[in-house]
Design a binder for this molecule. Structure first.
Ligand code: SF4
Ligand code: SF4
Length: 81
């Protein structure tokens, strides 16, 4: 069984907190260019797409991935494949 992160973009507010905490988790900084999760927006700042990059380690040392813990919209979830 493999796990991966997924976002329900219908619920996503585009706050980008997931990007901030992921950059901190991986690289101990808040530079979202280093984040494994990336939210993309349209011209009206509506989230329309996301990417989970290869460096995502699913926060395996944590009971709940950091991005999921901090997402107030609860739109992040783990997919089992
Ligand atoms: S923290 Fe949640 S609501 Fe905010 S941008 Fe990330 S997925 Fe969307
Ligand atoms: S699970 Fe961890 S490494 Fe993966 S996107 Fe979320 S915070 Fe980043």
């Amino acid at each position: 069984m493999t796990l991966s992160m997924a976002i329900d973009l219908e619920k996503c507010t585009g706050c980008r907190i997931c990007e901030l905490v992921c950059a901190y988790h991986l690289y101990k900084n808040f530079d979202t260019r280093f984040s494994a999760i990336q939210i993309n927006f349209d011209l009206f700042r509506i989230p329309i797409h996301y990417q989970i990059k290869n460096q995502c380690d699913l926060c395996q040392e944590l009971a709940i991935p950091m991005c999921m813990s901090f997402c107030v919209s609860e739109c992040l979830h783990l997919l089992r494949g």
